[in-house]
Design a binder for this molecule. Structure first.
Ligand SMILES: Cc1cc2nc3c(=O)[nH]c(=O)nc-3n(C[C@H](O)[C@H](O)[C@H](O)COP(=O)(O)OP(=O)(O)OC[C@H]3O[C@@H](n4cnc5c(N)ncnc54)[C@H](O)[C@@H]3O)c2cc1C
Ligand code: SF4
Length: 502
């Protein structure tokens, strides 16, 4: 058995774990990061739509099960940097109201155990760490900020600028997307078409490896062990974590330490706690509330491809604009959500869904289409949950929640696009496998009976155990989650007394 030890041990190196490691490095705290994946190679395939989307080169072969026992390929990437290695780098903040209680016709989005004002200084830090570009004063829903964005908003290419004009003529306020890519004098980004969903061959995307974990390891106090899959969290007689056990390339290992942090992503962190059940804790570790794995959320998302046959879309970097006019009020007194451009879709990427359509037709369509993501909030439900079989396999029970709001936002989005000249609109609604925004499976709260973690992501039950990834979200809001995960990781790093043995 291989043995390791560190003061703080982090499981997973994605947005939560990588950012936390950076925060701990600023305090000089000895940290070991255990990551089941390896370092993603920089290679020509990074920017090949075929390799990334058709051959799924950077995704694990692992499948999960749905409620009926059907297999699906989840939206996870087991890599140093986690899902951020391929993410779209759109890094908006949640709005103040997202952290409060929101009432919808079909349910309630619960309040977070801290406010936007508590998180704001860490949003500022996270924007600086992840080199976020943006502008203030365009978006009617933007939350208050103590500092301007570290970098100006990305320029809109002419096709996008023209689309924005057509939206503004309808009284809307199209605004710049907050983006984390390295565009600045001397920056390494070349503004290519293969960014959203692809790894960056130049290391210019602000992912957790490039911006956080890499610099943390270079500082000397943080070590990284790759290929190290943690399988169990083991407690001692006093109810503290004694060690983690797992394997590296088939070789068993154990890791001891002072504090332990799970940052394996919302499904895997929950699965790890549930799989650590024992005679003394038959429902798993840190699960006295019975809520570990429950309240799984993913956002209600739909991709739209809107075609204006009269306009050729020659854009290279498309993801620069969002419309948030319907975020808090869709015109009926209830929130709608956000509508945002995504990276330019190529015909071969459409083929993964439209399998029977000829590639030449899809390419012709892609020449004249613009692609968007319509995103609205889903609600926590104890029936939507991650469980784990005796073989360790993840099962996800999931039914859409709050979907009437999504339908309403979709209808509005299509109407607005039609008025802007888009005659054909095609949609792809996200299913159980498109779960890249998953969160909520170990919700933070004040009350140990109704939450798994305290407001600083520490387990209510196990004093030296934390979960610092998207699992802690008590509600999902309707903005992309990564900057909020990073901000909370920085808050936990700074506001926790890591030196005191609890
Ligand atoms: C294609 C795509 C596009 C996206 N675009 C955006 C976007 O534009 N903006 C945005 O905000 N969000 C985006 N997201 C979502 C964003 O990437 C995630 O919300 C974020 O990365 C989640 O952070 P996390 O720390 O919870 O998990 P992850 O970043 O997934 O990290 C989890 C890590 O834990 C490791 N791990 C898992 N299990 C174990 C184990 N047992 N032992 C050891 N290690 C383990 C994994 O390998 C991984 O490295 C996108 C995601 C995808 C897939
Ligand atoms: S747009 Fe920039 S950050 Fe994105 S993949 Fe291309 S070079 Fe990398």
């Amino acid at each position: 058995m291989i043995s390791h030890s560190a003061h703080v041990v982090i499981v997973g190196s994605g947005m939560g774990g990588g950012t936390l490691a950076w925060g701990l490095a600023q305090r000089g705290i000895e940290t070991l990061v255990l990551e089941r994946g390896g370092i993603l190679p920089r290679e020509p395939e990074n920017w090949s739509a075929r390799a990334v989307f058709v051959e799924r080169r950077y995704k694990p072969s692992e499948t999960w099960l749905d409620d009926d026992g059907n297999e699906f390929h989840p939206g996870v990437h087991y890599l140093v940097g986690g899902n951020t290695k391929v993410y779209g780098a759109s890094l908006p903040r949640l709005r103040e109201r997202d952290l409060g209680q929101t009432h919808y016709p079909s349910g309630t989005s619960p309040a977070w155990p801290f406010t936007y004002d508590d998180l704001e200084p860490y949003y500022t830090q996270a924007e600086s760490l992840y080199r976020v570009h943006g502008s203030v004063g365009e978006d009617p829903t933007e939350p208050w900020r103590s500092r301007p964005y570290p970098y100006p908003a990305l320029a809109h290419e002419p096709y996008v600028a023209e689309t924005m004009l057509r939206l503004a003529e309808q009284g809307l306020h199209p605004s710049s997307t907050a983006m984390g890519i390295d565009v600045r004098p001397g920056g390494t980004c070349v503004r290519c078409q293969t960014c959203d969903g692809f790894p960056c061959r130049l290391g210019a995307k602000s992912d957790a490896e490039t911006c956080a974990l890499g610099p943390a390891v270079a500082g000397g106090s943080v070590r990284l062990l790759t290929g190290a899959r943690v399988r169990r969290v083991e407690l001692d007689g006093s109810g503290r974590v004694a060690r983690l056990v797992g394997d590296i390339e088939g070789e068993p290992f154990e890791v001891t330490g002072g504090m332990f942090v799970l940052s394996a992503g919302a499904a895997n962190s929950a699965a790890l706690l549930l799989a650590s059940r024992s005679e003394a804790r038959p429902t798993g570790v840190a699960n006295s509330s019975g809520l570990v794995g429950r309240n799984y959320m993913v956002h209600n998302n739909t991709h739209l491809a809107a075609v204006d046959p009269r306009r050729r879309n020659d854009v290279v970097f498309q993801k620069t604009m969002a419309v948030n006019d319907f975020y808090h009020d869709l015109g009926d007194g209830h929130p709608g959500g956000t509508i945002q451009l995504i990276g330019k879709v190529q015909g071969s990427m459409m083929k993964t869904q439209a399998t029977r359509a000829p590639l030449s037709l899809l390419n012709r369509m892609a020449d004249r289409s613009v692609e968007l993501l319509v995103m609205s909030e889903d609600l926590p439900s104890v029936h939507n949950r991650v469980t784990v079989g005796s073989d360790g396999r993840i099962q996800v029970s999931w039914r859409r929640t709050n979907y009437d709001r999504h339908e309403a936002l979709l209808k509005t989005a299509k109407s607005v696009l039609r008025k802007a000249g888009y005659r054909g609109i095609f949609e792809q609604r996200f299913g159980i496998d498109m779960n890249s925004h998953m969160c909520g499976t170990a919700a933070a709260g004040h009350d140990p009976a109704t939450s798994v973690l305290d407001p600083w992501c520490r387990s209510h039950d196990v004093p030296n155990l934390f979960v610092v990834d998207s699992s802690f979200f008590p509600s999902s809001g309707a903005q992309n989650p990564a900057l909020t995960i990073a901000a909370q990781a920085l808050r936990v790093a700074e506001e926790t007394d890591w030196d005191v043995r609890v």
